[in-house]
Design a protein around this ligand. Structure first.
Ligand SMILES: *[C@@H]1O[C@H](CO)[C@@H](O)[C@H](O)[C@H]1NC(C)=O
Length: 524
């Protein structure tokens, strides 16, 4: 025991505590959970963490300093993720361009926050690494420029072309879909062409329009700060392509095995605490005694079940009441005429429910956190995707064989019932979920340890330049050999012109001879 304590204290003495800035400004709960995950793991190994977040901590633990940017909520249109508004098509569609504009506003509001300004303008502040959540834009790279330290992008989703191009090159749309896509590989001809078109279109828009806007914001936000520090701001291009690493909230279970650069690492599942929260007594009793199994229904932390239209709630209740399973429905209001087997929960210990052996199926919106948790605990899912990357996650769960989907609509309850019966009666879904769960857990180290390892590695090697992909430093025309293509084209053109001249010359000689011969003949 004493030897063990000695060992621990030597390890603690050896590993220096670093100063880390974590920036997760997006005002949605799931992104807050992902930021909290970084903070928890980094504090656990003794680092000093500064955290910019819209979700205020009531009692921040020692070594944590938080900067409250909850005013970012003002930028989030209230109807944007309202279920009824989305069903009635009254809500803004979250396209990439919409998201880029939204995140640009969030970046502005975050950096101009009074407290954040103090942090940025205090010359005594220093950090060993900055971790910024990538979300449709790279203005946040400026935090690393200010503190002249390595930058790590946190990617909240499976690896996709927009983020991979920052450290390597865009992924091939033939087998890697966009995050807002509704399909998943293998792609058929039309899907493949569609993915290519989408990527080209957005690249073009970014090149001719959006990058310029972002650059303006980047410069206006960070140039004055650096000026006070007596330095020049690097160009937006330099700053955004200079990240040491991308850490993805993803794993091969959902992303597949496509080739990725060395500076990309999977840490999917790091947000899940190793100690499963225990179920409250009443819920435990309920789940223990559910001999026909339990169905758990939750639309996640951002969407609110209570926003569903009343007629949909009524038809869902009726449908759930006709099942013999116990149903746990996470919804933020008490519903009248509750069938005996249906239980309403305003808040749920989701992971403890997913960990219970009697859980038969999880009905979800298909967010990546819920999908990851269902794989973690080996539970089959039925998804009702609503926005963002949910459609892609759902397409993947269907392809992988552990999930089914239902379209969000006023008449979805019949279809939902059919799919519930299918998942419960056909063992294949549960078996597939268990198989994926094995793959997900069968890693050399846990995702949280992986996260800590790579953050430390970046700090200790001052930006891990040895991991940097050479592709990141080659312009597009060199990577794709367009210079060679141009050279070949010029040579071919030259040969063509030469041949043509030669031909004209030879022909003219030949003809003029003929003419001469002809004229001589005539004279004779
Ligand atoms: C690029 O990153 C390296 C290593 O992290 C850092 O030392 C350097 O200052 C950065 N350069 C720019 C232009 O941001």
């Amino acid at each position: 025991m004493i030897a063990f304590l000695l060992l621990i204290s030597t390890i603690l003495a050896c590993s220096e505590s670093a100063k880390i800035l974590v920036v997760f400004p997006r005002p949605t709960k799931s992104h807050g959970i992902l930021g909290d995950g970084y903070v928890r793991h980094l504090l656990n190994v003794g680092h000093e963490v500064t955290y910019i977040t819209p979700f205020a901590y009531k009692n921040p633990p020692a070594n944590l300093r938080t900067f409250d940017v909850s005013s970012n909520f003002e930028l989030w249109p209230p109807g944007l993720i309202n279920l009824k508004a989305i069903m009635d098509k009254k809500s803004e569609r979250m396209s990439s361009v919409f998201s880029i504009f939204m995140m640009l506003e969030i970046a502005k509001k975050t950096v101009t926050n009074v407290e954040v300004q103090k942090l940025l303008n205090d010359p005594k502040e220093q950090f060993d690494v900055v971790i910024v959540e990538w979300m449709f834009g790279e203005v946040g790279a400026g935090f690393a420029s200010v503190f002249q330290c390595p930058l790590i992008w946190s990617s909240s989703m499976d690896p996709h072309w927009m983020i991979m191009q920052l450290i390597d090159e865009p992924l091939n749309p033939a087998y890697a879909v966009d995050i807002l896509s509704t399909c998943s590989p293998p792609l058929n001809f039309l899907q493949r062409v569609n993915e290519l078109w989408y990527q080209l279109k957005l690249q073009f828009l970014r090149y001719v329009w959006l990058d310029g806007l972002e650059e303006q914001v980047f410069t206006s936000l960070f140039a004055p700060i650096l000026e006070k520090r007596g330095r020049k701001l690097p160009s937006y291009h330099e700053a955004r392509y200079n990240a040491s690493m991308v850490l993805s909230n993803s794993y091969v279970t959902t992303s597949g095995g496509a080739a990725l650069p060395q500076s990309h690492k999977f840490i999917g599942g790091y947000h899940i605490d190793d100690t499963v929260v225990t179920l409250p007594d009443n819920l435990k009793k309920l789940m223990d005694s559910a001999k026909d199994g339990v169905i758990y229904f939750s639309m996640g932390s951002n969407l609110k079940g209570k926003d569903l239209p009343d007629e949909v709630k009524i038809s869902l209740l009726k449908m759930f009441g006709s099942l013999k399973q116990t149903v746990l429905w996470k919804i933020e209001e008490v519903l009248p005429n509750l069938p005996k087997n249906v239980h309403i929960l305003e808040w749920t210990p989701q992971q403890a429910i997913l960990a219970h052996p009697n859980l038969a199926v999880f009905i979800t919106h298909g967010g990546l956190l819920s999908t990851t948790e269902s794989i973690h605990y080996g539970v089959p899912i039925i998804s009702i995707p609503v926005y963002g990357d949910q459609f892609m996650n759902v397409a993947k769960s269907i392809n992988k064989g552990f999930g089914l989907s239902v379209d969000l609509s006023y008449t979805m309850s019949d279809e939902l019932k059919t799919k519930i019966m299918e998942v419960i009666s056909n063992k294949r879904y549960a078996e597939k979920a268990k198989e994926l769960s094995f793959i997900y857990h069968d890693r050399p180290v846990k995702p949280g340890q992986e996260l800590v390892h790579w953050v430390n590695h970046v700090i200790n090697t001052r930006g891990a330049p040895h991991l940097r992909s050479p592709a990141a430093d080659l312009p597009f025309h060199k990577r794709k050999f367009l210079d060679l293509a141009a050279l070949i084209a010029v040579l071919l053109l030259a040969v063509y012109i030469l041949l043509k001249c030669a031909c004209t010359y030879v022909c003219s000689r030949f003809f003029s001879k003929k003419v001469k011969i002809g004229s001589r003949k005539k004279n004779n």
